[in-house]
Design a protein around this ligand. Sequence first.
Ligand code: KG4
Ligand code: ZN
Length: 346
Amino acid sequence: MEALNFHTEPILAIETSCDETSAAVVHGSRVLSNVVASQTEMHAKWGGVVPEAASRAHVEALLPVLRESLGQAFPGLSLLESMRRLSGIAVTNRPGLVGALSVGVTAAKALALALEIPLLGIHHLEGHLSSVYAECPDIRFPYLSLVVSGGHTELVEVLAPGRYRILAETRDDAAGEAFDKGARLLGLGYPGGRRIEEAAAGGNPRRYALPRGTPKGADDFSFSGLKTAMLRLVEGEGDALSLSDAAAGLQEAIVDSLARRAASHLDASSGYQDFTLVGGVAANKALRERLTQVCHQRGLRFVVPPYALCTDNAAMIGLAASPRFARGESSGFDLDVEPSADLPQG
Ligand code: KG4
Ligand code: ZN
């Protein structure tokens, strides 16, 4: 069985693929700093992420975030001294918003060139998948991971460090998108996941019948039926709608369809000892609790990153890069940004 070997020197990681500007310093599997500047408030005005505005906000935020991240990682050292401690620069180069990704990749190239250290482009989902390594560097391969974010819902078999196989994915909306669209319909605003979770507290998840999405026997996820049902519910109930019951029902429907799919894949396979839940939606307590049960009943260890490493951040990019730098990998200065890209197969 392959084990994770981490790079033995500090690396700087940059993440600007969507609406968080983040820089982190990772040493081995330890996160020395992880600074995130969120654009959520700005995009909330428009009800979602506006790509042009996101790129511009990254330009403004990136250097202060970098400075802060290096300052926290190397207290007492000057900016130049701390940069000289770095042995590599990792950056999210795919997938994501082209303009947003370009800001991070350009900064990473400039730093790698000036410091004469290697550069490494990282897949954003590999970042999410690697977010558990700080807490759990002894993870046992192969293992299963549920990746749930605003853009992705995937059940991934992690065969070995850096080698992935997608077992199931969504046919339409991502789980985070289902939370966000449901929140918009309920007038809760953006970003939806946390607002739905808060509104659902104390609500009755069984008051309104909502579909579980995936047809019987199908392996994939689907959330578009849920979106339509929510729209009908909101229109049908009008002022009589109970916000907390509707939010609780939506959350329960999403959690239930994710947990059932994960459970059926686990039942159909053997040989896994660990299961991880990663991505922005992994911050959801109801989902964490349900998957804890699913894993416990099957004798698997359930691993989830700390809350700060669930939503987009650069520490996870550094954690994905650390084993790759340890293997001597690097990207050339012709590293490009890719708006859509498959996970590395190995
Ligand atoms: O991973 P992430 O920060 O960005 C992407 O890569 O997409 O995930 C963002 C998604 C959003 O859809 C947001 O609504 C959802 O994660 N999210 C949550 C919670 N916190 C964030 N969903 C459910 N419950 C939460 N507490
Ligand atoms: Zn993400």
